[in-house]
Write a protein that binds this ligand. Structure first.
Ligand code: AMP
Length: 285
């Protein structure tokens, strides 16, 4: 009998809700833990869940307290954790950016030379600045990094940014991106080939792939088929089926969700009709 897999999930913060809904969508049926309960089980899979802060997940995984976990890629690098990244999960996307006050003259990383920079990511910031040949003084702050320049605590900040609205609200201007991050599934170093980890990677990966695609169906006159299939941003070959009406075929294809809005008007112009797009639940390429 295969061993139960233990998995750490973010107990609060930005990554909590999307991590939980990914597990639900994957069909493992996580059981909602009660208030203040730190552990839960899954109804349909041999997985035990442990709820800890996202920033503690890399440590729990590295130390073998759990087999795997979900956290931010930035936290893996900040903690310099010896873990394997099994899967990029497509949410919690943000970038580590350097920013200065609007009125500051700095325009690039080189202009940070010798200046004071507030950050809650000191390890990753010092490594990435050193890679760019910049020597700066890093001031570690736990939160509200973006108010540090106005308070006179620092000349600049290095912080995670997703929309940029927090920077703007605090009168800051980005001068460059050091690192791109998103939520990731991590496992203890060297264990990615174990059965439980591989199964979890396939199952979660099938949901991530599915979310990024739509199932597209439409009808088209046979003599226009070549024109429309040339428009389709599909990797594989579309399915083409004869309809009861002679000379008309139905086309089915998987297309990237991001392309749907630009594709539909082009298909219509080409003569496609009865165009439908459907969400995909699972997709294993
Ligand atoms: P939390 O502080 O628990 O809400 O989550 C922090 C994690 O969420 C970070 O380590 C990133 O991986 C991710 N994240 C995504 N967008 C942002 C953002 N705009 N600011 C901070 N963290 C973000």
């Amino acid at each position: 009998m295969s061993r139960r897999l233990t998995m750490a999930l973010p107990s609060k913060g930005r990554l909590r809700e999307p991590s939980w809904s990914l597990l639900e969508a994957s069909g493992v049926a996580p059981q909602e833990p009660g208030e203040r309960v730190l552990q839960a089980h899954c109804r349909n899979a041999d997985i035990d869940l442990l709820f800890v802060r996202a920033e503690d997940v890399p440590e729990y995984v590295e130390d073998g307290v759990v087999d795997c976990g979900i956290t931010g890629l930035d936290l893996v690098f900040e903690n310099e954790s010896d873990v394997d990244v099994l899967l990029h999960l497509g949410y919690g996307t943000c970038s580590l950016q350097a920013a200065v006050l609007m009125e500051d003259a700095a325009n690039g990383f080189e202009d940070l030379e010798g200046r004071r920079i507030a950050t809650s990511h000191p390890h990753i910031a010092s490594r990435l600045l050193a890679e760019r040949g910049v020597k700066a003084e890093l001031v570690r702050v736990a939160g509200s990094v973006e108010i540090s320049p106005r308070l006179g605590l620092a000349d600049a900040i290095i912080d995670l940014v997703s929309t940029g609205s927090t920077l703007r609200t605090n009168g800051l201007r980005s001068i460059g991106t050091l690192f791109e991050s998103e939520a990731v599934l991590v496992a203890r170093s060297g264990t990615s080939e174990l059965e439980g980890q591989k199964t979890l990677t396939t199952v979660l990966g099938s949901v991530i792939n599915a979310r990024a695609n739509r199932y597209l169906l439409f009808n088209i006159a046979k003599d226009r088929l070549a024109d429309v299939t040339a428009l389709l941003p599909t990797k594989g070959s579309p399915t083409v089926m004869d309809l009861a009406t002679p000379g008309i075929v139905a086309v089915h294809a998987l297309v990237p969700a991001a392309d749907v809005w630009s594709l539909l008007p082009k298909l219509e112009t080409c003569g496609a009709s009865s165009i439908l797009t459907l969400p995909v639940e699972r997709m294993v390429p």
